[in-house]
Write a protein that binds this ligand. Structure first.
Ligand SMILES: Cc1cc2nc3c(=O)[nH]c(=O)nc-3n(C[C@H](O)[C@H](O)[C@H](O)COP(=O)(O)OP(=O)(O)OC[C@H]3O[C@@H](n4cnc5c(N)ncnc54)[C@H](O)[C@@H]3O)c2cc1C
Length: 512
């Protein structure tokens, strides 16, 4: 007689035998699923790819998987200087000197025509803050020498001698680069700077570039018109260097304006408290590496113009009627121009000789010059006074840099066809340059704009460098209503969820 094992024992035996086999199978299954989830977890943790935040190339990651301390390395595109060098010369040399320089009377007062009708469309500007109006200087405030007519050559006394033997350049005539401030038009800009009647002086220190509340359709229309009609974003590598350079200059300036809005922002209207708006900095600039790159490009371009004009700027008269201030200005300008660190670390920040080399160089230059003049004219359409002031100043600064790099020195840019094709006033500038030995002639206001622009760019580079290298901190400081950072939460949730499943599986597998 065979006795059946009791069901319980049978069950137990079966449980012991078959169960062992089944648990063995499950063990492998759990292990496989566990390994898969661990791998997923590792990927999730290591990438932490928050949408919208540029991920760092693996080669530049720190060994611990932390974000690298620096995001931008190597040569600034189309320039001759590295990001690290730019940051160090900016912080050690340029930024401190420029900060002092722009506070001195010579660089503090800017002549500007603020009341111009927009030549392109009816003025529809709206500013949200009262703060966006500009305080003009009373007559007795700005320097006395600024009120007098220039001592330099008047353009009216110059007759274009082009095509005649006497137009030949004699560089031995006068080795002095600076011959007094002149009143000549800039071929790159639209404003007639010689029209003193409509000009007013503004104390830039009293009108800082910062958040004004100027936004919406009016602001958008200006930027759209600039980008779409006058300096389209280069669609591919096929675009020529020159057009690409124009786009980058404007984009770099746009980045700098956004950085200043973020740097000095009205955080709380009710208490009138101002401070940094890091989410805005991230959203408008840091999030787009190209915008940061263009900022560095514009900075180096303007720096190159300043150093190229070193002889002229060194000899220029920084006369405001206060000898102490004027000596200080002269000395700081020299320190900036000939600082050994700048000269050795970044001797030629940008190589302008590479441009206009093709056979259609002169035509291309005319086309780009016309586009830039248009951009300069669009500044009259900026519907907020303070933004218009800084827009005009910075575009004049860029126009001055373009004039220094491309309109003088005779290095293949002063050829006759170009001279002939300019409008009368611009022909005069070119001819003036030829008569003056191909030497540079600048207006006082152009030099003021040039240095103030360089200072603005230098401030932007510094702020971006400080905040860009601690991008994690920026992300943490972002407040949810302002920035679409919700994407980071699901990611963290996913990590926690996977972790919980893994732990449960392990506990279950080992019967703990
Ligand atoms: C000349 C000028 C000066 C201004 N000055 C001030 C000021 O001092 N204070 C102030 O509060 N506001 C100022 N504004 C307004 C300010 O620039 C913005 O237009 C406004 O804050 C609205 O910003 P936004 O987010 O709509 O984008 P915007 O900055 O208006 O940008 C419009 C579009 O341009 C593109 N874009 C943005 N940045 C770049 C870039 N760096 N390179 C390429 N493309 C880009 C993007 O597609 C973006 O959507 C100024 C505007 C102009 C035209």
């Amino acid at each position: 007689m065979t006795t059946k094992p009791p069901p319980a024992a049978n069950g137990a035996a079966a449980g012991a035998g078959g169960g062992n086999r089944r648990r063995g199978g499950r063990w492998w299954w759990y292990a496989a699923v566990g390994a898969f989830l661990v791998a997923l977890l590792a990927v999730a943790v290591s990438s932490r790819s928050f949408p919208g935040i540029p991920s760092f190339p693996s080669s530049s990651r720190g060994g611990c998987g932390c974000p690298p301390a620096r995001k931008y390395t190597g040569m600034v595109e189309d320039c001759c200087c590295e990001y690290e060098t730019v940051d160090s010369i900016n912080e050690e040399v340029l930024h401190p000197i420029l900060q002092e320089l722009v506070k001195l009377p010579f660089f503090r007062y800017f002549k500007v025509k603020l009341w111009c009708d927009c030549p392109f469309w009816p003025d529809d500007g709206m500013c949200q803050l009262r703060d966006c109006s500009v305080c003009e200087c009373p007559e007795n405030e700005f320097p006395e020498p600024f009120k007098k007519p220039y001592s330099g050559l008047s353009p009216d006394s110059m007759i274009c001698q082009e095509g005649k033997p006497q137009a030949a350049v004699d560089k031995t005539l006068d080795s002095k680069a600076f011959k007094g401030w002149v009143e000549t038009d800039n071929p790159w800009t639209a404003d007639d700077e010689t029209d003193n009647n409509e000009m007013t002086y503004v104390n830039l220190q009293l009108n800082p570039e910062r958040y004004t509340g100027y936004t919406g359709d009016s602001a958008r229309r200006i930027w759209d018109s600039i980008y779409k009609e006058n300096c389209p974003k280069y669609p591919s590598e096929e675009m020529c260097h020159e057009k690409k350079a124009l786009y980058k200059l404007i984009s770099g300036l746009h980045s700098s304006i956004s950085v200043h809005i973020a740097y000095d922002y009205l955080l709380d209207k009710s208490t009138n408290s101002w401070g940094h708006n890091l989410p805005l900095l991230y959203d408008r600039v840091l999030k787009y590496p190209e915008r940061v790159q263009n900022l560095y490009f514009t900075y180096l371009f303007v720096l190159r113009a300043v150093t190229k004009a070193a002889d002229y700027l060194e000899q220029a008269e920084y006369n405001t009627g206060n000898p102490e201030d004027d000596l200080k200005t002269q000395s700081l300008v020299k320190q900036l121009l000939y600082h050994p660190k700048l000269r050795s670390a970044c001797p030629k920040p940008f190589d302008e000789a590479k441009l206009w080399q093709g056979e259609n160089g002169p035509e291309l230059r005319q086309e780009i010059q016309k586009q830039f003049r248009n951009i300069s004219a669009i500044m009259d359409c900026v519907g907020c006074e303070k933004c218009r002031l800084w827009g005009k100043l910075q575009v004049l600064g860029l126009g001055t840099a373009l004039k220094i790099l491309f309109s003088v020195d005779g290095d293949n840019h002063l050829n006759q066809p170009v001279c002939n094709s300019f409008p009368v006033s611009n022909t005069l500038v070119i001819c003036l340059n030829i008569l003056l030995g191909g030497q540079l002639q600048l207006q006082r206001n152009e030099v003021i704009a040039l240095f103030n622009l360089l200072n603005r760019l230098s401030e932007s580079v510094k702020f971006v460098h400080e905040k860009g290298s601690s991008i994690e901190e920026v992300i943490k400081e972002q407040s949810p209503p302002n920035v679409k950072m919700g994407a980071s939460k699901p990611n963290l949730k996913l990590v926690l969820f996977l972790l919980r499943i893994n732990i449960t599986l392990l506990l279950f597998t080992f019967n703990l």
